[in-house]
Ligand binder design. Structure first.
Ligand SMILES: Nc1nc2c(ncn2[C@@H]2O[C@H](COP(=O)(O)OP(=O)(O)OP(=O)(O)O)[C@@H](O)[C@H]2O)c(=O)[nH]1
Length: 669
């Protein structure tokens, strides 16, 4: 295309984009305006972009694409479709880049692929594929509002490191409200599949082939069974991947297009990445169904899900009129937290015996004790390393061994007795290959913060990586929007509570809907028949709303304000270590880091090391409320009181009753 023809076209595109953005803004508040069902995907068209397998550094591709856009494009004008061009960050960003670059008139560079096409192909396919999710029953909300069937699509996902760990941010569009709803997916196995590799079976087989017939054999067998089960659990975990993102969006879609919109497996690197393959839900496969129904004493924990509603004031400027900022952070923390499975018989006492035998071997005069202790004369083939566990099982085993060890010169007393918690503070670099190597020691130094990464199996516990989703819905102010929420705040300053203020403004107490959230969960393969979710909320309407939309909720998990958690802990007992740890971690006055005064901390004598670790994770410094501390204040208390008294958040009431100060402040007199 000639350059003289190109400039007016670009100008049209640019002004069109501005108009589109204005329209987007004005339509943001029209959450219920009916829209057309989005058009079917464009197939077969488009332009061949990257040759498959061609090695192009993505960062280079993007940089050079901007420049290429600036000077030349062979693209036809894209058809304007109401929903084909939602207020997508991608499409807006592309328009902006074009116009800025044009004015700079940089030198054109040739690429081995035409990145313009990637961008245009992605734009062209936004909100395609109406067949997605139509298999579900008609939504109760849609029927009530006479909206067209809801269609959602994940337009892009990307990896984001956060103070709590790495997450995948998914951006969704839909045909009901023109808003970009988000899903924050926590699923570390997707990023580090090696975590599921706990391959010790061969060694264990060897150990069991030996003529060991005493209790050690029983422990090993049990341990082997439990480890195998953990490995099965990890392998059976269906990755939390968006089905709509994973589809092929157009015939001839290139690897690069898929990578750019986030349809990849593993990680992207400077070399590129591996595009994902479209796949049907694995949960539909007989293998997974069988696993789900298999009986075992060790079961996986269903993913933890939080449905969070946007709150500019709480999340961005740290408003303490509500608990939204803290809740977002707390939800992220809880979902990222490992799920701990405590083995029943585990490796307890194994290392004690191992150590004992090694020493007996060095003292032939005590060899007769070996048969007393182990029940055989020959040397056992101890190939299985173990870590003393420090719980009841270990106690039983150490007691069993006590007499022999005394006879052998107090050997048992020299054995390490390390709690799994203290031995679990592994350096991030500790690999899973090391996980079974007893020579790998805890490398945490005193002045570095505890690591977030543990071994999957340590001692008599398995630490399964936490996983779940925060669906971030753009329903500000319980669905009334920021403008109306601000007005409601003024009414609250005049003495009304959050419910009355909403009603006075002509709104419902809560205008939120959960149909989009339900579809997003379904798109991620959650809440379906084979596996329920654990829902993190105190709000009965949320539970009801999701259930009505067909989401299976296996458990509701209460969302307890952090200040209450801390109060409960303070009541539990004294602890001196905490203040030291806080001082060391944050390097400043304890109060500024934790929001707790020194005198409060002094009351915390006795907190376990795990509490300190959890507390550190909870409070890791972040630039925003993510990674922040507990919120507290009279207006927040008033807010919580209204939730209890007028919105049926009974979980809060239960918790408040455990904390006398809150019973006093929260309960009506
Ligand atoms: N209208 C209105 N909305 C508010 C107010 N304070 C916070 N919000 C909004 O309330 C929403 C959060 O709802 P909450 O009732 O705090 O909590 P919830 O999510 O329903 O319940 P949980 O799951 O138990 O936390 C966010 O969208 C906030 O923007 C207020 O005073 N008035």
């Amino acid at each position: 295309m000639m350059r003289s023809q190109q400039a007016p076209r670009r100008e049209r595109e640019r002004t069109g984009a501005i108009h589109e953005r204005k329209m987007d803004r004005s339509s943001r508040e029209e959450s219920n305006a009916p829209k057309h069902v989005p058009a079917a995907p464009t197939t077969g068209g488009g332009h061949a972009a990257a040759n498959e397998g061609e090695s192009v550094r993505p960062d280079m591709a993007y940089r050079e694409r901007s420049e290429e856009n600036a000077v030349e494009s062979d693209e036809e004008d894209q058809p304007v479709r109401e929903l084909a061009s939602p207020p997508s960050m991608l499409s807006n960003a592309t328009h902006r880049t074009s116009s800025t670059s044009a004015s700079n008139a940089r030198t054109k560079r040739r690429l081995s692929i035409d990145p313009t096409n990637i961008s245009n192909n992605l734009k062209q396919n936004l909100m395609a594929s109406p067949e997605v999710n139509t298999a579900r029953p008609p939504s109760a909300t849609n029927m009530a509002n006479q909206l067209p069937p809801l269609v959602i699509r994940c337009q892009a996902r990307t990896r984001v490191p956060t103070p709590h760990g790495e997450i995948f941010l998914h951006l969704y569009t839909n045909n009901h409200d023109n808003k970009e709803h988000l899903a924050i997916v926590i699923d570390p196995l997707q990023l580090d599949p090696d975590m599921a590799d706990i391959s010790e079976d061969d060694e264990e087989e060897n150990a069991l082939d030996t003529p060991v017939k005493d209790v050690q054999s029983t422990i090993l067998r049990q341990q082997r069974r439990e480890k195998r089960r953990v490995r099965e659990i990890l392998r059976q975990r269906r990755p939390l991947i968006s089905q709509t993102l994973n589809e092929v969006w157009r015939e001839g879609e290139t690897e690069m297009e898929r990578l750019v919109r986030g349809a990849y497996v593993g990680r992207l690197t400077g070399e590129g990445g591996t595009a994902s393959k479209p796949q049907s839900f694995i949960s539909d496969s007989p293998h997974i169904q069988e696993a789900a129904t298999a009986k075992s004493d060790i079961q996986d924990v269903p993913p933890l899900v939080r449905i969070h509603s946007e709150c500019y004031t709480g999340e961005t400027i740290g408003s303490m009129r509500c608990d939204c900022g803290e809740q977002l952070d707390e939800a992220l923390r809880q979902i990222c937290d490992e799920q701990v499975i405590k083995f029943k018989h585990a490796m307890a006492g194994y290392e004690l015996k191992h150590d004992l035998q090694a020493r007996l071997d060095q003292r032939p005069e005590l060899r007769h004790l070996q048969s007393q202790t182990f029940g055989f004369e020959g040397k056992a083939d101890f190939t299985q390393p173990g870590t003393p566990a420090g719980d009841d099982d270990e106690m039983a085993m150490s007691m069993e061994l006590d007499s022999a060890s005394n006879a052998a010169g107090g050997i048992a007393s020299s054995t390490r007795s390390v709690s799994p918690q203290s031995s679990s503070r592994m350096d991030d670099s500790a690999s899973l290959a090391d996980a079974t190597d007893p020579s790998v020691t805890d490398v945490q130094s005193t002045d570095s913060p505890p690591s977030t990464k543990r071994r999957v199996i340590e001692g008599n516990r398995a630490y399964l990586p936490g996983r779940g989703v925060i669906v971030y819905l753009r329903q500000e102010g319980r669905g009334i929007g920021l403008l109306e929420k601000i007005r409601a705040y003024n009414l609250q300053d005049m003495g009304h509570d959050t419910v009355s203020a909403n009603l006075m403004l002509g709104h419902g107490a809560d205008e939120r809907k959960y149909d989009i959230a339900a579809d997003i969960l379904r798109d991620l393969g959650l809440g379906r028949n084979d596996s329920g979710i654990r829902l993190l909320t105190n709000n009965p309407e949320k539970v009801q709303g999701l259930s009505q939309e067909g989401i299976i909720i296996s458990e509701r998990v209460g969302m307890v304000p952090r200040d209450w958690q801390q109060s409960a802990r303070r009541r539990m007992g004294p602890q001196s270590k905490k203040s030291k740890v806080h001082g060391a971690i944050f390097g400043g006055p304890v109060e500024s880091a934790s929001g707790m005064s020194d005198s409060m901390l002094e009351q915390n004598e006795g907190d376990s090391e795990d509490d300190v670790y959890d507390d550190w994770r909870r409070r890791r410094g972040g630039a925003t409320l993510i990674g922040g501390s507990a919120a507290r204040g009279p207006e927040l208390e008033k807010y919580l009181r209204t939730k209890i008294e007028r919105m049926g958040h009974s979980e809060l009431l239960d918790r408040a009753q455990c904390i006398p100060t809150f019973v006093l402040t929260l309960m009506p007199t």
